[in-house]
Design a protein around this ligand. Structure first.
Ligand SMILES: Nc1ncnc2c1ncn2[C@@H]1O[C@H](COP(=O)(O)OP(=O)(O)O)[C@@H](O)[C@H]1O
Ligand SMILES: [Mg+2]
Length: 306
C-alpha cells in the first residue's frame, strides 16, 4: 500500500503524525518504508532521532538526488538500528521493519513534474518499495506542490493497475485549516481535479482520500462540569467546526482519525513511545490515537468504496 501524506498548510502535524503512524504500523508487524519527500524541510531524520540525517542526508545520497537522476539507489536507513533513542532501539526485535529514505540536506530545488524522467524514477522506486514493504508512506511538501504533482503522475491508475494508493490530508481543527484542506482536495488544481485529469474516475479518486485532524483540543470533563461561559463557548465552536467539516465533505465519512493535543509534541517533535505514557509524561489518548490511525489505515474496510 502506498500512502501519500499531504496538507495544504505547513505546521499541521503531518510529519510528526506520519512518523508516529509509521512507528505504530511497525509495532503491529507491518513492515513500513517512510520516504521524506518534503523538498523544503526534511524532518524525519530528526523525528526518528538518527543523528547522521537530522537535517536530511548528505547531498547526493537522498531522495531528491535520486529523482533528479544523480544516484540510482537512494539511501535506506534501518530506523531501529540507527536511532539514538534507546526506547526505539530496544524494540528492534519486535515488529515489522521500519526503514527511512531521507531527503537530501538542503532539499530539492528546481524539479519539474513535467519531466517524464522524474516521474518514471518516482514510479520505479514506489513499485520497488511496494514489493518489499507492506506500507510505503510518502511525506510530501505542503500545498499544491511539485511533490504532489509528481506523486499523482507517478501513481496514475493506468500505470499502477491494481495498486492500493491512498492520500491522507492533514489539518488542524480550526476554521482556516478546514478551508485549506477543503481547497487542497476539492479546489482548483486540487487533488480531485488533478487526479481526474490524470485518469482517475472522480469517485475512485475520492475513495482514496482520507482526512486526519491533528492536535484537536478536547472539551474536558472539568470544562463541561463547570458549566461556565468558557465551556459553553468551546462546545459551540466545536459544534460549528463539525458542521463546517461536514459541509466541506471533511466529515466522519471521509475521516481516517484524529489526534488530541499532546503536550509532549507541543514541546518536542518526536515518536511517542508507550514508555513515555508509562512514565506519566505523555497522554495515553495520544498513543491510542496513533494506534487507531495505524489500525484504520491497514484495515481494508476503510478503503471500500461507498
Ligand atoms: N497532537 C499534537 N499535539 C500537539 N502538538 C502537535 C501534535 N502533532 C504535532 N504537533 C506539533 O506541531 C508542530 C508541527 O508539526 P509537523 O509535523 O512538523 O507539521 P508539518 O509536517 O505539517 O509541517 C510540531 O511542533 C509538532 O510537534
Ligand atoms: Mg513536515
Amino acid at each position: 500500500m502506498i500512502v501519500f501524506a499531504t496538507s495544504d498548510k505547513g505546521g499541521t502535524g503531518r510529519s510528526v503524525t506520519s512518523c508516529n503512524l509509521a512507528y505504530r504500523l511497525g509495532l503491529r508487524g507491518i513492515s513500513t518504508a517512510y520516504l521524506d519527500f518534503d523538498f523544503g524541510s526534511p524532518t524525519a531524520g530528526a523525528l526518528f532521532e538518527i543523528g547522521s540525517v537530522e537535517r536530511g542526508t548528505q547531498p547526493g545520497n537522498g531522495l531528491h538526488s535520486y529523482l533528479r537522476g544523480h544516484n540510482s539507489l537512494p539511501q535506506r536507513i534501518d530506523v531501529r538500528a540507527s536511532t539514538n533513542r534507546d526506547g526505539l532501539r530496544r524494540q528492534r526485535s519486535r515488529g515489522g521493519k521500519l526503514v527511512l529514505l531521507p531527503g537530501d540536506e538542503g532539499g530539492g530545488e528546481a524539479m519539474s513534474a513535467n519531466d517524464p524522467q522524474v516521474v518514471r524514477r518516482c514510479r520505479e522506486l514506489l513499485l520497488d518499495l511496494d514489493a518489499t514493504f507492506k506500507v510505503v508512506i510518502v511525506d510530501l511538501s505542503a500545498g499544491r506542490s511539485v511533490a504532489m504533482q509528481i506523486a499523482l503522475e507517478a501513481t496514475r491508475p493506468q500505470d499502477m493497475p491494481g495498486k492500493q494508493v491512498a492520500w491522507l490530508v492533514y489539518h488542524r481543527w480550526t476554521r482556516q485549516h478546514l478551508m485549506a484542506a477543503q481547497g487542497l482536495v476539492h479546489g482548483p488544481k486540487g487533488l480531485l481535479k488533478t487526479g481526474v485529469e490524470l485518469g482517475y474516475a472522480p469517485d475512485e479518486m475520492l475513495s482514496r482520500i482520507r482526512f486526519v485532524r491533528t492536535a484537536v483540543p478536547r472539551v474536558t470533563d472539568e470544562h463541561a462540569a463547570s458549566g461556565g461561559p468558557q465551556a459553553a463557548w468551546l462546545i459551540k465552536q466545536n459544534d460549528a467546526l463539525r458542521s463546517l467539516a461536514a459541509e466541506y465533505r471533511l466529515g466522519a465519512g471521509a475521516l481516517l482519525g484524529e489526534t488530541p493535543v499532546e503536550p509532549v509534541l507541543q514541546w518536542r517533535e518526536q515518536i511517542v513511545l508507550d514508555a513515555d505514557v508509562n512514565a506519566g509524561i505523555a497522554h495515553r489518548a495520544t498513543v491510542e490515537a496513533f494506534e487507531e490511525l495505524a489500525r484504520r489505515l491497514w484495515d481494508r474496510s476503510t478503503w471500500v468504496r461507498v
